[in-house]
Ligand binder design. Structure first.
Ligand code: M6R
Length: 592
C-alpha cells in the first residue's frame, strides 16, 4: 500500500510543503514515514515510526528535491530501517515505493552474490541497488531504470531519484501515481489531493508509463512508455478541488462526523445518479449473468445485492469476494456484467478482478466514491457514490450510499425507479430522525456495558445477515473484539457451543418475514446464558438491551447498519483506541 509524495523544482520549496502533502496520504498506511531532501547541497534522510500527522521540519528548511513516503508494512517489520526512502549502496539512488516486487528475493540473492549489502527486509531496497548496478555499465538513468523495470515483477509504482544528476523518475505499473504541475515545479503523488494546496493541474500516469523530470535541462515533465521508452503526450487536466478541503468540524473524530453525514448522503447518492442508475439497470437486464464484487465492507454491500435484487426485482445476481474472483473466471464471458463496489476505487483485488472480467469480454461497471480513481477510469460504466471524501479508515457513509444506489438500481430494473426513489427519500427522513443526540447517547450507554468483552456475536437472516457481517467487521476493526456474524438459523448447528454466561449477542430483528426466526435464535442463545442486544422496531421480551430502529423496508439494510457503526465507534472510544486509525489497517488497500 503506502503513500508517495515527491517534488522536483527549479526553485527552493519549504520542506513542510512536502510533509503536508504526505499527511494527506496517511490513509494509505501509517506504520512509519520518511523523507529525503537536499538542503544547502547536503543530503538529508529522515525516518520515523508512527504517523506523520504531528511531524514537521524546522520552518527554515527548504529544498528543490523531495521524496517522501508513508508506509503500510508488507515486507519487514515496522522499523526505521524498513521505512522508506531506501538508498542504493553508493547512496546515489533514492527510492520510495508502493506495491510489491514479487521476485525480490531472487533479485536480492543475485545482488548479495555481487557484494551488495542490504539494510532492510523490504522488497524495495532491490530497486535502488538494481539501478546502481545498471549504472555501472551505462550512464543513462532513464534507461537504467527502464531496464530494472523489465527485471522486477508485481504491481507497483515508485519514484527514483539520482543524487548526482538530480533526475527524478516516477514509474507506474499497477499502483496509482499522479503528476501535478505548477510552473517548473513537478509533484508526483499516489493521489491528487496531496498537492491540492499547490495545484490542481494534473496528468495521470497510466500503467506501463514513466514520468521523467530533469530540472537541469530546464525541461518540464516528459512521459514515456515503459520498455520501449517511446515519448508520449499526456493531457493536463484541471481537477475540481472545491469540496476536497476536509475538516472534522466539531466532531472528535472523522468517523463520527462521517456517520452523522448519513443524515443526507443517501439522498445525495440517488438524486445525482438517476440517469447513470437507469443505464446500469438496462445493462443488468441485457446480461445473462450479473456479478457483484468487492472487499471488506464493500464485499458485504455486494453480498447484500443478492437479496436486494431477489426481493425487489426477482432477479438472480451473484457475488464474489474480489480476491477470489480468479477462481470463478470460467463463468465470465460477454454475456456477463461484473460490477465492482468500492469506496476508494483503488483496491487492487477489485481492480484485478475487473481486469480479468474485461479480458473475458464481460462488461464492467463500478459504484465508487472516489471519482478520480483507477476503477472509475477503467470501467465501461461508473456510478459515483457522492458521499464526499471519507477520511476515517472504517467505511461508513459511502457504505450506506452504495446500498441506496443498489436498491434504486433494482427498482430501475423493473421500471419502478420513481417508486424506489420515493421510498429511499422516505428512508432518508427516517434515518435523519434516528440520528438524534438521544439515539447516540443510548448506544453509548450500551457500549459502556460491553466494551471490555473479548468476544461478541451478531446474528441476522436474509439481507440482515449482511448487516450482521458488516457490524461484526466494524466491531473487530475498531475495538479489536473478536466478533463473528452468523445467519440466525445456523448458530445451532455448532457455533452455539461458544455461547457462555454473559456472551453479548447482537440480534438484527426488523419487523420482516425473518423476524420470528431471529427471535427464536435469540431465545436459544439466551437459554444458554447469552445476553441479547436487540435491534428492532419494537422491543421484544428476549432483548436485554434494545436499540429502536425505524422500519425502512428494503432500506433497513442502511438503517440497521448505522447503529452498529455508532456502537463500534464507541466501543473503540471506551477501549481508548483511535477509531479513525485502527491498528494494522489502511484506508486504501493497494497491495494484494
Ligand atoms: O475502498 P474499498 O471500498 O474498495 O475498500 C474495501 C475494504 O478494504 C474496506 O471496506 C475495509 O474493509 C474497511 N476497513 C471497512 O471499514
Amino acid at each position: 500500500m503506502c503513500g508517495i509524495f515527491c517534488f522536483s523544482s527549479n526553485e527552493e520549496i519549504n520542506s513542510n510543503t512536502g510533509v503536508n502533502g504526505l499527511k494527506k496520504l496517511e490513509y494509505r498506511g501509517y506504520d512509519s514515514f520518511g523523507a529525503f531532501q537536499i538542503n544547502n547541497n547536503k543530503e538529508n534522510l529522515t525516518k520515523e515510526i508512527g504517523e506523520v500527522e504531528k511531524f514537521s521540519f524546522p520552518e527554515e528548511i527548504k529544498t528543490k528535491y523531495f521524496l517522501s513516503h508513508t508506509r503500510w508494512a508488507t515486507h519487514g517489520k515496522v522499523t526505521k530501517e524498513n521505512s522508506h526512502p531506501h538508498l542504493s549502496n553508493d547512496s546515489n539512488i533514492i527510492i520510495v515505493h508502493n506495491g510489491i516486487i514479487e521476485n525480490f528475493q531472487e533479485l536480492k540473492d543475485s545482488l548479495v552474490y555481487k557484494g551488495y549489502k542490504f539494510k532492510s527486509q523490504t522488497d524495495t531496497e532491490v530497486i535502488s541497488n538494481l539501478i546502481q548496478e545498471e549504472l555501472t555499465t551505462q550512464n543513462n538513468f532513464l534507461q537504467a531504470t527502464n531496464k530494472v523495470c523489465k527485471k522486477i515483477t508485481g504491481r507497483y509504482s515508485f519514484v527514483a531519484f539520482n543524487v548526482k544528476t538530480k533526475e527524478m523518475i516516477g514509474v507506474r505499473n499497477g499502483s496509482p501515481l499522479i503528476v501535478g504541475k505548477k510552473g517548473n515545479s513537478i509533484f508526483i503523488s499516489s493521489d491528487a489531493p496531496a498537492f491540492f494546496d499547490i495545484t490542481n493541474t494534473v496528468s495521470y500516469i497510466d500503467d506501463g508509463q514513466i514520468a521523467y523530470i530533469n530540472q537541469k535541462l530546464n525541461q518540464n515533465c516528459i512521459f514515456y512508455k515503459l520498455n520501449s521508452l517511446e515519448e508520449i503526450y499526456k493531457k493536463e487536466i484541471k481537477l475540481e478541488i472545491e469540496n476536497q478541503k476536509i475538516h472534522k468540524k466539531n466532531f472528535k473524530h472523522y468517523m463520527l462526523k462521517e456517520i452523522m453525514e448519513q443524515k443526507h448522503t443517501i439522498k445525495r447518492a440517488i438524486e445525482t445518479n438517476k440517469e447513470a442508475i437507469t443505464k446500469l439497470a438496462n445493462l443488468i437486464n441485457k446480461k445473462k449473468k450479473v456479478y457483484f464484487i468487492g472487499c471488506g465492507t464493500s464485499a458485504f454491500v455486494g453480498q447484500s445485492s443478492k437479496y436486494i435484487f431477489h426481493d425487489i426485482a426477482n432477479l438472480k445476481t451473484d457475488f464474489e469476494i474480489s480476491s477470489e474472483f480468479k477462481s470463478i473466471q470460467n463463468f465470465i464471458d460477454k454475456d456477463t456484467i461484473v460490477i465492482g463496489l468500492s469506496q476508494s476505487g483503488e483496491t487492487i483485488d477489485t481492480i484485478e478482478a475487473l481486469e480479468i472480467a474485461k479480458s473475458k469480454g464481460a462488461t464492467t461497471a463500478c459504484i465508487v466514491n472516489n471519482e478520480n480513481s483507477t476503477m472509475f477510469r477503467i470501467c465501461d460504466t461508473a456510478i459515483p457514490v457522492k458521499a464526499g471524501t471519507e477520511i476515517a479508515v472504517a467505511s461508513t457513509k459511502s457504505t450506506t450510499s452504495k446500498m441506496a444506489i443498489l436498491i434504486l438500481t433494482a427498482y430501475s430494473c423493473i421500471n419502478k425507479q420513481k417508486i424506489g426513489f420515493n421510498e429511499l427519500i422516505r428512508n432518508q427522513a427516517l434515518i435523519n430522525d434516528m440520528l438524534n443526540p438521544g439515539f447516540e447517547e443510548h448506544i453509548i450507554k450500551i457500549a459502556k456495558k460491553f466494551f471490555h468483552h473479548k468476544h461478541m456475536f451478531v446474528i441476522g437472516k436474509g439481507y440482515n445477515f449482511t448487516v450482521a457481517l458488516e457490524g461484526a467487521l466494524k466491531i473487530k476493526e475498531l475495538s479489536y473484539i473478536n466478533t463473528q456474524a452468523f445467519q440466525a438459523g445456523e448458530l445451532k448447528h455448532g457455533s452455539i457451543a461458544l455461547i457462555e454466561k454473559g456472551t453479548p449477542v447482537i440480534a438484527i430483528a426488523p419487523n420482516d418475514c425473518n423476524q420470528n426466526d431471529v427471535l427464536t435464535s435469540a431465545h436459544e442463545i439466551k437459554s444458554r446464558g447469552g445476553v441479547i442486544i436487540g435491534l428492532s422496531e419494537n422491543k421484544s421480551e428476549v432483548f436485554d438491551e434494545f436499540i429502536k430502529v425505524p422500519n425502512c423496508k428494503e432500506g433497513n439494510l442502511m438503517a440497521y447498519t448505522i447503529p452498529l457503526q455508532i456502537f463500534s465507534y464507541h466501543l473503540a472510544n471506551f477501549n481508548k483506541f483511535n477509531p479513525d486509525k485502527p491498528r494494522n489497517l489502511a484506508k486504501s488497500v493497494t497491495v494484494k
